[in-house]
Design a protein around this ligand. Structure first.
Ligand SMILES: [Zn+2]
Length: 274
């Protein structure tokens, strides 16, 4: 299991962004379909081999299936797998950080020696730098989840989308302190487009999808969150949960059941491929 402890120093707390009861899987925008053509699941860059029936099913695009051209150093295709073979999953938590809920999630992760990727909304990171530092100190990783979490950002101008992506990245880096690395970008609601994937890659961020939607943001109850996960879980999956956006007590409770179960089944916890 990789660890990636980084030194974190300065940061300034400013305004918090009110994130309403929405989630990345909200709005019916996210497609429960197959991986978009050209999406990375089985691409060489993802590290994943051809994936037959049991492969993760992507669900983070809104019809975007046209990879852009260009020669960005970072792959602009949406990443849908952990890359590692075998019983491995990647846990991802969106819409934070939250000074209340993120530490509780970190505590459960630590109990099971699990690691996760946190997709943070820029102003939330700015408002809670200590939480960003705690994520880094735990050896977990960071993903950019935009400035304003608008699930239709792909319709905006290039300039505005660039601010959503690059602006949030800067806020997260400043919150984490010198040396903070942000590796991925996850469009709110999976609202990826060729343009915003290109902007993402040009900013050093690999577009990050998911394959298992817990729908925890809806607070459907712990049994339902777990059954949502069980329905779609296969080796290599990227699981979407939330540490921000309101009361995440159900998420924490579900995690307390999910992690020991996954460990007992031989799963380990990885990061998505960049
Ligand atoms: Zn989100």
């Amino acid at each position: 299991m990789r660890t990636n402890i980084r030194i974190a120093l300065a940061g300034a707390a400013v305004a918090a962004l009110a994130v309403t009861l929405t989630g990345c899987g909200s709005g019916g925008r996210v497609q429960a379909g197959k991986p978009a053509a050209g999406s990375s699941g089985a691409s060489g860059a993802s590290g994943g081999a051809a994936q037959p029936s049991g492969s993760p099913t992507s669900k983070s695009t809104s019809g975007d299936n046209v990879p852009p051209g260009g020669t960005a150093a970072v792959n602009p295709l949406i990443e849908y797998t952990t890359g590692a073979k075998g019983h491995v999953v990647a846990l991802t938590f969106d819409d934070g950080p939250s000074a209340v809920w993120t530490p509780r999630i970190l505590a459960v992760l630590a109990q099971y020696h699990a690691h996760a990727t946190f997709c943070e909304i820029g102003p939330n990171a700015k408002a809670s730098p200590a939480t960003v530092k705690a994520i880094l100190a735990a050896g977990d990783r960071l993903c950019d989840h935009s400035v304003s979490h608008n699930e239709a950002m792909s319709k905006w101008t290039a300039q505005r989308q660039t601010y959503e992506i690059a602006g949030a990245k800067t806020m997260i880096e400043n919150a984490g302190g010198p040396g903070t690395q942000v590796d991925w970008f996850r469009a709110p609601g999976g609202d990826f487009s060729p343009l915003n994937r290109h902007i993402s890659a040009q900013n050093g961020l690999r577009p990050l999808g998911w394959t298992v939607d817990s729908q925890d943001w809806m607070r459907p109850g712990v049994p339902r969150i777990l059954s949502n996960i069980h329905k779609e879980l296969v080796p290599g999956a990227i699981i979407l949960m939330h540490d921000g956006g309101g009361d995440r007590s159900q998420t924490v409770a579900a995690l307390k059941q999910l992690l020991p179960e996954l460990v007992s089944k031989g799963y380990s916890f990885e990061f998505p491929v960049k």
